[in-house]
Ligand binder design. Structure first.
Ligand code: DGY
Length: 333
C-alpha cells in the first residue's frame, strides 16, 4: 500500500512577522521559507523563492504581478498580505487564476486615524520644526510670534474618502469642534453618525483648512491631488496623506508648497518609499514626512500579522479566506 500522507504545503513569507503570528507559522503544518532580511526581497529573488509554493505571505513592499504569479506556478493557492491596501498586487490576475488574496481590514483603522490627527497637529503647530529648533539651540526665549500656526480646533476639515479610516478620523475630530466635509463617489454610510456633510469635489478643495486623504489607491485616484486640485485649495490649507503616495502628484505638491499655494503637508506615504534623503520635499520646513507608520501601533501590527496568518492558513486548507480582497474569485469556483 502506498503511503497517502499528503506533502506539506510550501509557503514563502517575505519578512519576519510580529509575534505571536511568527510562532504560529513555525508551528503550522507547512514548510516555511522565510526571507531573512530586514528589507524586502528583490523582485528576482521573490520570483525564485515563490516557485512551486502553495502559499505566499507578503507585504505592501512586494510587487505581486503576473511575473511573480507565473514564477509561482499553478500550485499557488493563496496570497495573503499583511496590509489592508493591496495596490501592490495585481488582483485581477490573481482572480483570473482562481487565487484568493487575503488582506487585513479593520484592525489598523484606529491606529491610522490617530496618526492622521497627529499629522494635523504636527503640521499646524509646527511640532517637528519647533523640536528641531530646541535641539539645535535655536530656542532663545519665549517669543510672541515664535512657531505660531493655525488652530485645528474650530477649523474646516475635508475628508477625501469617508470609509472606515476617514470616519475614525472624523470621530476624533469631534473633540476639536471642527466642521466636517467629505467627498466620496457615493454618499458614505458613516456620514450621519460622524456629522460629516457631502460636498462636491471643488467645494471640498476650496473650503478645507485641512484636507485629509483616506481613499484607496487605484487608477481612479492616481494623482487625485494634482496641480489643478492644489490650485483650488486655500493658501492656508494643510494637506495630510496617510493613504498612498500615488494619490498625490508629488511634483505638483512640491511646486504648490514652494509657491505658497498651500501652507503645509503631513505625509505618512510618499512616492517612492523611502524618499531619498536629498529629496527636495524633505528640505521644506513646512513638510512633515513619516516612514509609512500609520498602522505602527503594537496592537495593530500584531493583529495585522495574525489576520494575515489566518488568511494564509484558510487558503492552504482550501477554505474561504476570512478577509478576502477579491471575493469575486469564489464566484468563479
Ligand atoms: C495598509 O495596511 O495598507 C497600511 O498602509 C499599512 O500601514
Amino acid at each position: 500500500m502506498v503511503n497517502a500522507t499528503p506533502a506539506l504545503p510550501r509557503v514563502f513569507v517575505t519578512r519576519r512577522l510580529p509575534e505571536p503570528a511568527m510562532s504560529r507559522l513555525y508551528e503550522a503544518p507547512l514548510v516555511l521559507d522565510l526571507w531573512p532580511e530586514a528589507e524586502p526581497p528583490p523582485y528576482d529573488n521573490l520570483r525564485r523563492r515563490v516557485a512551486g509554493c502553495q502559499g505566499l505571505l507578503c507585504l505592501l513592499t512586494d510587487r505581486i504581478d503576473e511575473g511573480v504569479l507565473d514564477a509561482a506556478g499553478p500550485a499557488l493557492r493563496v496570497v495573503s498580505q499583511m496590509a489592508v491596501g493591496v495596490d501592490n498586487i495585481d488582483l485581477a490576475a490573481c482572480t483570473r487564476r482562481g487565487i484568493p488574496v487575503g488582506h487585513t481590514p479593520g484592525v489598523l483603522t484606529e491606529a491610522t486615524a490617530d496618526l492622521a490627527v497627529a499629522l494635523m497637529l504636527a503640521t499646524a503647530r509646527r511640532l517637528v520644526e519647533a523640536a528641531n529648533d530646541v535641539k539645535a539651540g535655536r530656542w532663545r526665549t519665549w517669543d510672541p510670534m515664535g512657531w505660531v500656526g493655525p488652530d485645528l480646533h474650530g477649523s474646516t476639515v475635508g475628508i477625501v474618502g469617508l470609509g472606515r479610516i476617514g470616519a475614525a478620523v472624523a470621530r476624533r475630530l469631534r473633540g476639536f469642534a471642527v466642521r466636517l466635509l467629505y467627498h466620496n463617489p457615493r454618499p458614505s454610510p458613516f456620514a450621519d453618525e460622524v456629522g460629516a456633510t457631502w460636498v462636491p469635489w471643488e467645494t471640498l478643495l476650496a473650503a478645507s483648512d485641512f484636507l485629509t486623504l483616506h481613499c484607496p489607491y487605484s487608477p481612479a485616484t492616481h494623482h487625485l491631488i494634482n496641480a489643478a486640485a492644489l490650485a483650488q485649495m486655500k493658501p492656508t490649507a494643510i494637506l495630510i496623506n496617510t493613504a498612498r503616495g500615488g494619490v498625490v502628484d508629488q511634483e505638483a505638491l512640491l511646486q504648490a508648497l514652494r509657491a505658497g499655494q498651500i501652507a503645509a503637508a503631513g505625509l505618512d506615504v510618499t512616492t517612492p518609499e523611502p524618499l531619498p534623503p536629498d529629496h527636495p520635499l524633505l528640505s521644506l520646513p513646512n513638510v512633515v514626512v513619516l516612514p509609512h507608520i500609520g498602522s505602527a501601533s503594537l496592537s495593530a501590527r500584531r493583529r495585522m500579522a495574525e489576520m494575515a496568518v489566518d488568511n494564509l492558513l484558510a487558503g492552504l486548507a482550501g477554505e474561504r479566506l476570512p478577509h478576502c480582497a477579491n471575493p469575486e474569485v469564489y464566484e468563479k469556483k
